[in-house]
Design a protein around this ligand. Sequence first.
Ligand SMILES: Nc1nc2c(c(=O)[nH]1)N[C@H]1C(S)=C(S)[C@@H](COP(=O)(O)OP(=O)(O)OC[C@H]3O[C@@H](n4cnc5c(=O)[nH]c(N)nc54)[C@H](O)[C@@H]3O)O[C@H]1N2
Ligand SMILES: Nc1nc2c(c(=O)[nH]1)N[C@H]1C(S)=C(S)[C@@H](COP(=O)(O)OP(=O)(O)OC[C@H]3O[C@@H](n4cnc5c(=O)[nH]c(N)nc54)[C@H](O)[C@@H]3O)O[C@H]1N2
Ligand code: SF4
Ligand SMILES: [Mo]
Length: 767
Amino acid sequence: MHQISDVCQTMNESHNELFQMKTRRDFIKISALGLGAAALTAGASKMGMGFPLLGSENEPGSEENTLRRVPTYCEVCFWKCAGWAHVTEDGNIIKITGNDDDPQCNGRLCPRGTGGVGMFNDPDRLKTPLIRVVKDGEQTYREASWEEALSLIASKMSDLRSKYGPESMALFMHGAPGTHFSHLLKAYGTLNLAAPSFAQCRGPRDVGFEATFGESVSSPEVTDIRDTRCLVLIGSHIGENMHNGQVQEMSQAIDNGAVIITVDPRLSTAASKSKYWLPIKPSTDIALLLSWIHVLIYDDLYNKEYVSTYAEGFDELKAYVKKFTPEWAYGITTLKPDLIRNTAREMANAAPSVIIHPGRHAAWYGDDVQRSRAMAILNALLGSWGNRGGFFFKEGIKLPEFPHPEYPKPAWTWKDLLNGKYPMANEAPTNLVIESSIPTGDQEAKIKGWIVAGTNLISAIPLKEELSKAMQSLELLVVVDTMPMEITGYADVVLPECTYLERYDDIRATSHREPTLCLRMPAVEAKNQTKPAWWIAKQLGERLGLGAYFNYTDFSEVLDWQLKQVGSSLDEMKRIGVKKLSRESSPYLEPGTSHTFKTASGKIQLYSHELAEAGFDPLPAFTKHPEPEEGFYRLIYGRAPMHTFSRTANNPNLVALMPENSVWINPQVAKIWGIKKDQYVWLKNQDGAVSNFAVKVRITERIRWDSVYIVHGFGHHHKPLHFAYGRGVNDTELITNVMMDPIMGGTGMRGNFITFLTEDPGKEVEA
Ligand SMILES: Nc1nc2c(c(=O)[nH]1)N[C@H]1C(S)=C(S)[C@@H](COP(=O)(O)OP(=O)(O)OC[C@H]3O[C@@H](n4cnc5c(=O)[nH]c(N)nc54)[C@H](O)[C@@H]3O)O[C@H]1N2
Ligand SMILES: Nc1nc2c(c(=O)[nH]1)N[C@H]1C(S)=C(S)[C@@H](COP(=O)(O)OP(=O)(O)OC[C@H]3O[C@@H](n4cnc5c(=O)[nH]c(N)nc54)[C@H](O)[C@@H]3O)O[C@H]1N2
Ligand code: SF4
Ligand SMILES: [Mo]
């Protein structure tokens, strides 16, 4: 009796504290906490900067024959390669290797996947739930028990439900934890679920391809790279973009003599392996694409039979591109007309085994659906969709949902927040949900509470001010993360998830050349007080009266049930990790047979009626974008093979491989500025935003003089990230000009220009 009332007492206090603070959330350093600090010192000595790559032979007990092998799939990026965690008798994970049966990795992991064990070993990991409190007039976190943290969140969510309706809660998610919290929030009664993988990433591409072919290119992409004869990369930098299977297939294609054409203002790794590098003036790709379409049509190089059988709108397209000659494009793109003609001919020679790669991160200039449409149209003219060496038709297997009551129907969803904007958004744009969390004038915000699971919004979302305003206005902000990333400092309650190596998650049921199933299970017990997302969601569900949606004790029961419905079982999957199933339909169009595309008319839409009806250009329009003023250079960004966004920035293994990013500068520019190799400079953008830290200069001919390049994910300002703090610069803080895609709400991020500060601007960094 006594104990229960004690718990209630504490809960009420915490609850009241949260209410008091709703008007202003200070950013809190998690480092201030006792337990974290103690654990850190112990770990840090063992895990210094020179920490060896795991799998090192002299780890105690690492003899191969005593190792246990546990199936998993990687969470370091979203390619989700299947692998094995190798565990010693005393419960240490000493290495992770690829699963030979997985077509997504063919037994090999990329450097990040191999280094994934650093996520498990990272001494800076979150260790216990934390609750925001006021102590001596200052906001801080105190460690809390799970019981306290969960009851506090559930009671606050119940309040929000009764005051504003369940729709007032939103979820921001990326990766595996997302599905567990989606289930929770759908059961609770809201569909306001958003991920940066839409509006900040592949959204424009997917919408552009869907408008043309009736379906998207999926993830993993349905590009038949291994059998292609010509691969055209527009920006897409496979090789630095380390999506495993694609990288392997691209090197296979190169070995087989495929022609690679890379369009990139920077000599990317892919460009360096290409027969043709087209160092385009950034932001002018649509002009190049239109002139390629012009050459294919007017030089009679397109696939007439394919187009007449499967496509519609050719006459409109032909008339439209008449004026877009290579000479016209030259003036815009700086690419010589001959180069444009020759590369168009290379594509036609290889057709239909040719791929104009759709890319993945497509949120560039705000006209990104139109650029994706132009790429889709080129593919259609070449007949590559549905042909070997082009794009194949995927086949997958759908696992039945574990039985639960029907989800309630929300009174409204994010679609009702659009007010006519972004008519073709088919997933919730994160930015829309953020805007809808800010009160306007005397209008209350529609969204009042967030759960953020597996996304560091601070570095993923370019709308810094809106994000900050929204977070200050919320009545509840819960962050579920494995690390004390920047976003955790804004939470009311921080919940520490265990890493992918310590938990069950959903079965990876992949649709690709063949359907595959893949299991992730705990290799070892979860460290400290960390818990898996499925458990956290279930606990919250039960406290919210939604127990019927979580009718199991352990998630393994759900997996076993699901697997048994499709003729496998948890036991089988524990042994094999990956199960390949055979496909039933053909991956390619059958010659001489008809095919119905999933568009309204059943035909490929060269001319898009859907876009026309929504009030947009039905044929891709070229828009001229602003250019840098004198002394400024366009900021472009991308990936490095050893890191994934900001999620690996503190991973000791990967920090050892690449500790910081650098800014790529053309030698001409370095000369004008008198900047030397390896010098550190600060970056300032057109709106006066200055980088938090200095960045090392890399002087290289591999970048055009009008642009600079940095790898995304660095420049962390949160001190508890001991390995990442202060290393390199963060592109996100220099992206203050966001070019919205009116069609689907994508946030174009490449319209920012920077200049150099060679003296320390003395900027105070929020620690
Ligand atoms: N400026 C700029 N912005 C970008 C991009 C860019 O290139 N430049 N890229 C865009 C693209 S393409 C994408 S897809 C998005 C990516 O956006 P995000 O996926 O949000 O990227 P990260 O910054 O890696 O944040 C991942 C967060 O998940 C946490 N995390 C990792 N593993 C787990 C786990 O198992 N459980 C839980 N609960 N949390 C975990 C990490 O600690 C981290 O806080 O960013 C977009 N935003
Ligand atoms: N190692 C690693 N691999 C990853 C990831 C990671 O974090 N790390 N993230 C994964 C994710 S979620 C995504 S979305 C993908 C993103 O990977 P991609 O889709 O391949 O990348 P983008 O960001 O579209 O393109 C980056 C390239 O575009 C070039 N570029 C910049 N501006 C322009 C321009 O105006 N025109 C043209 N033609 N090129 C331009 C840059 O120089 C750079 O080489 O990578 C995936 N793979
Ligand atoms: S590509 Fe690399 S990081 Fe991504 S899932 Fe595969 S092994 Fe992991
Ligand atoms: Mo992405």
